[in-house]
Design a protein around this ligand. Structure first.
Ligand code: ZN
Length: 263
């Protein structure tokens, strides 16, 4: 599979019956990652590859599939309607643009969308190992229940949040999360590009006008720009990790950090 949160999903459904390996190791970014030769070799013994549509797959998925013709390649993000990557631009207009056809790949950060991915994972496991079908189905049902609880908790946390729903984040990983819970992500970076000085100036003004005091950053990306903005608005940087292995705990943590920042 491509990223750590998928390990969490697949183990939830596969339990002890699966043995998983993740391509993008802790600390690496799926935007710039390249598989190691050792990982490519390991794919020869792999039964299923769970893809999720992260950027490195564009270049690598065909090569990954070619290493092992018997391996089932599953697009866990299938059936998810992806939103365009949004940039926050000058003149106060947030352009909904389909820039170079880039769609937001961060589908693992929204519990409702993870429910769809769980269904796709279950189907794949049933296909390659029908003998253990009842086990996978039972695990899937428990996982779905957990997702419903988690979704309900986060939804309740943001209920009655008022109209201050914007949070400023360096790398725009939280678009689906924001969409699910009625929040608005204001990204600093767009398509991996750091803001130009004029854009930086605009973002600082914007944050001041809106009373934004927290800039969210993530460990996998440089946060100097986020630091610059935070200093200019007399605010602070808070880290949120979109790729954490303890997916559910992490999502609860992120939700509470967003919530504190909105106040
Ligand atoms: Zn990302």
């Amino acid at each position: 599979m491509s990223i750590l949160p998928q390990k969490y999903f697949v183990e939830k459904i596969g339990g002890d019956l699966v043995d998983v390996a993740v391509m993008v190791e802790p600390g690496a970014s799926p935007h710039t990652y390249e598989p190691k030769p050792k990982q490519m070799v390991a794919l020869a013994k792999t039964t299923i590859y769970f893809a999720i549509g992260v950027p490195f797959e564009t270049t690598w998925l065909a090569k990954i599939a070619a290493t092992n013709p018997n391996m089932l390649v599953v697009h866990t993000e299938a059936d998810i309607k992806k939103i365009p990557m949004r940039g926050h631009h000058h003149q106060g207009t947030e352009l909904e643009q389909d820039h170079h056809g880039i769609r937001d790949p961060h589908v693992w950060l929204s519990p409702p969308l993870v429910m769809i991915q769980a269904g796709n994972i279950l189907q794949a496991l049933l296909k390659v190992d029908p003998a253990h079908g009842p086990v996978y189905e039972k695990n899937y049902n428990s996982f779905m229940k957990e997702l419903v609880v988690l979704d309900g908790e986060i939804r309740a946390a943001f209920e009655g949040k008022g109209k201050d729903v914007e949070f400023m984040v360096f790398h725009p990983a939280w678009g689906y999360f924001a969409q699910a819970y009625g929040l608005e992500q204001v990204p600093i970076e767009f398509e991996g590009k750091q803001p130009k000085p004029a854009e930086l100036h605009y973002l600082i003004q914007y944050a001041k006008e809106r009373g934004i005091k927290v800039i969210f950053a993530q460990p996998q990306f440089s946060w100097q720009i986020a630091q610059t903005i935070a200093k200019s608005i007399d605010g602070q940087i808070v880290f949120v990790d979109p790729l954490a292995a303890d997916w559910d705990t992490n999502l609860r943590r992120v939700a509470s950090r967003f919530k504190s920042a909105l106040k």
